[in-house]
Write a new protein. Structure first.
Length: 367
């Protein structure tokens, strides 16, 4: 089948949405479909296979000149031209995460799958107006509506009058492949965090944690060189290393060196990279699935939506507050409870086999 994934963001990029879209397209190619990923002519000039560590690559189509327009105009022009390109290429199925793309494809009566990852009340005024005016989600040409979490599905059913049977919850995934290793008692543990350096994701908390926990070594990977420099100005203890983000294709050997992986996200407000408001009720961070795949011990804050995947004492450890002394106590108990901890790690590793991009692609096309 000829599939076009219309993606309105820079690619290649270390942005989580870009990582997910490219890996999803790669899996669709692995299922023997002809896939074109249509993006703006921005992002780094590097082959997708090298940047993301994928074996099968979609054909990347970069439409030029849109970055010369103001952002608002660029957004709508890219939608128009990407759809026109895909139509000229005799596309049989369109996939997009963009609501304006969906509106246009509805008008043109093209078969489309729409992925929803956030609160649609945070969309622009024009898009919100059109959503309500033309009942955008209840059109016959829509093959499937994908919600990234059950929380997103509930939001769509409640606020947009969509039949729940039309919505499939298809979580994110990981393409990283690790061998499982038991955790052993050690003098110190290597503790890592991978992701955005935004304070709502817990990076400031990790600095405090490292400052007070002198027994273990901490590493943070994420953001640009500017973001790293800004964070270092807060005063970094000797047992903490902060590094800018690395290409997804280079992530595996770095995660492999860690013993424990942290997700100390704020439980009331999490800011998104795309600045689409507070995503704490709906978020499904990619690192969660990479952490599962690694077989490392996951220690996380008590973010409600994480419980769709993570269960305390079953496949992770959940800390119910941001008292650094409590986190340090849990971390240092690990070396005395290795049997219990290895069971938790093994459960997480087994669970990750449900969340591969190949399985995700199969679910997307199951209609």
């Amino acid at each position: 089948m000829r599939i076009a994934y219309l993606f309105n963001s820079s690619t290649p990029s270390s942005n989580p949405s870009s990582i997910q879209v490219v890996n999803t397209c790669s899996a669709l190619v692995a299922l023997s479909h002809r896939v074109k990923l249509i993006v703006p002519n921005t992002g780094q000039k590097v082959r997708l296979q090298k940047f993301y560590g994928i074996n099968k690559s979609p054909k990347l189509i970069k439409l030029k000149y849109f970055n010369k327009f103001p952002l608002g105009i660029y957004y709508y022009l890219f939608s128009l031209f990407s759809i026109a390109y895909a139509m000229f290429d005799k596309t049989e199925l369109y996939i997009t995460r963009n609501i304006f793309n969906l509106i246009l494809l509805n008008i043109l009566k093209k078969r489309v799958i729409i992925e929803i990852h956030h609160d649609l009340h945070n969309e622009g005024r024009i898009v919100k107006f059109l959503c309500k005016l033309i009942n955008v989600f209840n059109k016959k040409n829509i093959v499937k509506i994908i919600a990234i979490t059950h929380a997103v599905k509930k939001h769509l059913v409640k606020n947009f009058n969509i039949d729940s049977k039309k919505i499939d919850v298809i979580s994110s995934a990981s393409s990283l492949k690790f061998k499982f290793n038991n955790l052993k008692k050690k003098k110190f543990y290597n503790i890592g965090y991978f992701g955005s350096l935004d304070s709502s994701k817990g990076t400031n908390f990790i600095i405090k944690l490292a400052r007070q926990d002198k027994l273990n070594k901490y590493s943070i990977y994420g953001g640009s060189q500017y973001d790293v420099s800004r964070l270092k100005k807060k005063g970094i203890p000797n047992n903490l290393k902060i590094n800018q983000s690395v290409h997804y294709g280079r992530l595996k050997p770095i995660i492999s060196k860690m013993d424990i992986l942290l997700m100390p996200s704020n439980t009331k407000k999490i800011r998104s990279i795309g600045n689409i408001g507070n995503i704490v009720k709906f978020t499904s961070p990619l690192k969660l699935f990479d952490y599962l795949a690694s077989g490392k011990l996951i220690i996380t804050s008590n973010v409600s939506v994480f419980k769709e995947i993570l269960l305390d004492q079953k496949n992770c450890l959940v800390v119910n507050n941001f008292n650094t002394a409590n986190w340090i106590k849990i971390i240092n108990k690990v070396k005395f409870e290795t049997s219990k901890i290895n069971n938790i790690k093994r459960n997480a590793f087994k669970l990750s086999k449900k969340y591969t991009y190949l399985k995700r692609a199969e679910k997307i096309l199951n209609f």
